[in-house]
Design a binder for this molecule. Structure first.
Ligand code: GTP
Length: 598
């Protein structure tokens, strides 16, 4: 189709503002999926995907819209991941588009991720169409929210469509605005090939499938291609689009958004953000913006049952095929045995991977508390990047330690400003800025150490604002801090997997809190267990886990056998996630104790 009749766009929104619901309505109203079959058809294709072991993603759907002007338009609706951990992928998905529909819940107004997504869209020079959703709700205040969007984002909302994605009301106007207001792709079909890779997935039969947006040139089967960042070269086997069913095409040309398969076995070669060009007559330069992704959060993963180390290794290798941002390497802990140090984009990413390992690979894991990467400058001038507190060099060899900082933007009703500032100060935050958004809300900006955010910051934020605060953060750089390693001793023995790096002024408080928490979490044994916190060999806190006296079943006062069974079963459940360290049994929660201590 003629390039002027193509529109490539994403839907961006804060979580729960109705992105998926609007996408469903658009698929329905363009007859991409018939209303009556919608659920079934989509589910069918998912089953198929599941059977073939590929990730379920509707990353880019092609649809045809018969506009009111009587002409047909091809829309490519490109999906973006929904969480701050995946900002880089969101940015690349947006780079594959020319425009974005900004969905804002008319009852909730602009939220932190609304802003974060708008910034990303603006960075990628996208035309943004504001849309007010959920106007069917009695609490919807579209006029107020329009003003908010105009004031905070500077987008003209005079033509903003008011819709109910749920009922479909107003959605046709959105489709008309896509035609009228969003630009068509501007590239040149005769120029050397530049295809932006914005997503990929691994198919066991065909290898890596790369999702691309063709910015210039044309690509077809048998073409010899090169990934410009990784340098890998392949011969194209198939190209096509998704409708959302997979459809093969003869070629993909400028403005098209689709997939390429080339028998690629190594997902590392297909990096999101990379540019594909031809081996012959290559583009001079890659498209802008390729950046290698760096994990921000690390933790140790250990099988509860040491015999399953190899299973964990296999599972990680398999997950890595679908998720190039997952990093891992073998690690040994005196306390936990053999495991892996794993790097993640953020806490959510960490949770997702842990959950998949347990669910899909049937593994029982102990995860150690998450850590950021510290830059440790030694007295001999060398800098080492440390992602495991246990690996910190001895204090006398350290000149200084630097830690990663983030800029956090928090949106909150006025009455909670005090609580938020209090929380940020407690977390070593530095005040940057505060702005009035409207009569009720403020935007507060702080710079904070990432290590304080990965602990319980988000939970604290929610609980101190009754859930009204929304929050977004971005890495800003490294800064020196007064940091020390705090060891934990059980029964006189240092448990390496429980060591943490803490801010010096917080050490006593954290040491105390940690020992008390461990005392509650570690089950009593036949003997008394001293729990101590130490810095550089000096004990800073101590408590004891008293010896076990009573029989657990004594609670059941004889009689009721089913209750007894239940209790024993419950204990067994709990046991699964325990690790025997020396003579002490440590439950999973103990390794995470540090996450919720202040
Ligand atoms: P994430 O995928 O979690 O980011 O959310 P999302 O932005 O895709 O939101 P989703 O479409 O899942 O909608 C969130 C909730 O809002 C769901 O319970 C929807 O049913 C509801 N919802 C979406 N649109 C409307 C609407 O127009 N009116 C009403 N009343 N509810 C809506």
């Amino acid at each position: 189709m003629d390039q002027s009749h193509i529109r490539n766009f994403s839907i961006i929104a804060h979580i729960d503002h109705g992105k998926s619901t609007l996408a469903d309505r658009i698929l329905e109203m363009t007859d991409t999926v018939e209303k009556r079959e919608m659920k079934e058809q989509l589910l069918d294709s998912m089953d198929l995907e599941r059977e073939r072991g590929i990730t379920i993603k509707l990353n880019a759907v092609q649809l045809v819209y018969h506009a009111k002007n009587g002409e047909d338009y091809i829309f490519h609706l490109i999906d973006t991941p929904g969480h701050v951990d995946f900002t880089y992928e969101v940015s690349r998905s947006l780079a594959a588009c020319d425009g974005a529909i900004l969905v804002v819940d008319a009852a909730q107004g602009v939220q932190a991720q609304t802003l974060a997504n708008v910034y990303l869209a603006l960075e990628n020079d996208l035309e943004i169409l504001p849309v007010l959703n959920k106007i069917d709700l009695p609490s919807a205040q579209p006029e107020l929210v329009k003003k908010e969007i105009e004031d905070m984002i500077g987008l003209d909302c005079s033509d903003a469509v008011e819709i109910s994605a749920k009922s479909g009301q107003g959605v046709e106007d959105v489709l008309e605005q896509i035609v009228a207001k969003l630009p068509s792709p501007s590239g040149k079909p005769n120029a050397p090939l530049q295809a932006l890779v914005f997503d990929s997935l691994y198919d066991p039969y065909r290898g890596v499938i790369a999702f691309v947006s063709i910015k210039n040139g044309t690509i077809k089967p048998k073409d010899k291609i090169r990934f410009m960042a990784s340098g890998a070269e392949y011969e194209v086997i198939e190209v096509g689009v998704r409708t959302p069913k997979e459809v093969q095409e003869d070629e993909l040309s400028t403005g098209d958004v689709g997939w390429i398969s080339a028998a690629i076995k190594n997902i590392e070669n297909v990096r999101v953000g990379d540019t594909i060009t031809h081996v012959e007559n290559p583009a001079e330069k890659p498209l802008e913006g390729y950046r290698q992704m760096q994990p921000m959060v690390y933790c140790g993963l250990y099988p509860v049952d040491n015999a399953r180390y190899d299973d964990l290794k296999d599972a990680l290798a398999k997950l890595k095929l679908n998720d190039a941002s997952l990093q891992y390497e073998p690690e040994t802990s005196q306390a936990l045995g053999f495991g892996f140090r794993c790097g993640f984009l953020g806490l959510l990413h960490m949770d997702v991977i842990e959950e998949r390992l347990e669910r899909e690979y049937n593994l029982n894991l102990i995860a150690t508390s998450p850590s950021v990467i510290y830059h440790v400058y030694k007295t001999d001038g060398e800098m080492v990047a440390i992602d495991n507190p246990a690996a910190l060099p001895p204090a006398q060899n350290i000149d200084r330690i630097e830690e990663p900082y983030v800029k956090a933007e928090i949106l909150v009703p006025k009455e909670y400003v005090g609580a938020i500032m209090d929380l940020c100060q407690k977390k070593r935050g530095e005040y940057v800025d505060m702005q009035v958004i409207d009569e009720v809300r403020m935007q507060i900006v702080y710079e904070l150490p990432l290590s304080e955010i990965i602990y319980d910051f988000f939970d604290k934020l929610k609980s101190s604002t009754k859930g009204y605060a929304s929050f977004d953060y971005a890495f800003t750089g490294y800064r020196p801090s007064k940091l020390v390693k705090m060891d934990i001793l059980l029964n006189g023995q240092i448990i390496d997997a429980l060591s943490t790096i803490v801010f010096k002024d917080f050490a006593y408080r954290r040491g105390n809190a940690m020992t008390i928490k461990l005392k509650d979490l570690i089950p009593k044994q036949q003997f008394e267990i001293p729990v101590q916190a130490a810095i550089g060999g000096k004990i800073i806190a101590r408590t004891n886990i008293k010896a076990l006296r009573k029989n657990v079943l004594a609670k059941c006062y004889g009689g009721d056998i089913s209750r007894k069974k239940k209790l024993l079963e419950k204990q067994k459940e709990g046991k699964k996630r325990m690790k025997m360290v020396g003579s002490v049994e440590i439950p999973q929660e103990a390794f995470m104790a540090v996450l919720s201590m202040d």
